[in-house]
Design a protein around this ligand. Sequence first.
Ligand SMILES: Cc1ncc(COP(=O)(O)O)c(C=O)c1O
Length: 381
Amino acid sequence: MNPAADRVAPFYAVEINQLANARERAGLPVIHMEVGQPSAGAPAAAIAAGQRALAECPQGYWESGALVERIDAHYRAVYGIAPGATRIVLTMGASAALVLAMTVLFPPGARVALPRPGYPAHRNALHALGFTPVELDCGAATRFQPTAAMIAALEPAPAGLILTSPSNPTGTMIPDAELAAIAAVCAARGIRILSDETYHGITYARRARSLLEYDPEAVIVNTFSKYWCMTGWRLGWTVVPEQLADAMHRFAGNLFLVPPTLAQHVALAAMDEQAELESRVATYARNRDLLMGALATLGIGRIAPPDGAFYLYADVGDLTRDSLAFCRELLDATGVALNTGRDFDRVHGDRYVRISFAVTTDETLQAIENLVAWLKRRKRA
Ligand SMILES: Cc1ncc(COP(=O)(O)O)c(C=O)c1O
């Protein structure tokens, strides 16, 4: 077997999703809280723009200059910074942006630090590309996020650091002052930062700051998948420092030619649909509060309240030492599909589950009802 294939670990969310889909095919109800995607699709006006584009344009290879300009304007409006269009490269989702960014930013074989728990594709993509992931053990004490002190203590200094704030799987954010301190430590130690800002826009208390506000040399990855609810359209972008822009454009073109044409039309229109998108964030906020309240009454209270994204990372260590078996059992008994923490943390993940609450509030209430009844039955058994 190709050694790169050997280096890629399984994705348990996919396994649970397949079990959930099989259950649905058998005519049984499922509440999908195992996958990290909004249950609603792109805004209605964006879909309409896509339909017009389908009727009017041949859908050939194409890159939307207007979309790149619009993303640049988004940085000005949201973060008060203007990277400039030449530094923005459109990609097939954050996933392609990550592969491009890792390859352009880090020297071959580099050691790259990243938080554990964290998004599994970060670790797996680093492995597949021949880099060495250096996992930072980020527990509840630091709300599952790395600190400047952790990075200062790494010996030798890694070549790179991946940050994800808000995080998948915990939804926690790195405090602004800590982000500034991390940027300063990295600058002093020559560590290049790749900031995965996939969940920006979905926050509950304060807006997320872009790492570009602290480190103009950082590489940023973002996507239309989450805030804009366009997971299947496969469109994202990266912002790179001026000196890497040419390499990034060349590399993106050679690996992927262009991002999907239709998705670019839809995304440009979606960027003007803030009212509809903000109402979805308000739904996630309601679901978050309902779940936090319910889990506390069930004795599943060891949760770092999510500041953003649409995930709760719950410690179920009092109920199980095998959260994958726990998720399978729960799905089987109730139709509620969650993901095991094992995807995000191969050391402690067996005592955690990740709950994705980007569903409707009715589904959230139903999931809570099912969970409460099941845990009562389980306790009695
Ligand atoms: C932190 C993080 N980065 C990247 C991605 C991939 O997103 P995309 O759909 O844009 O490829 C995800 C998807 O869940 C994610 O959670």
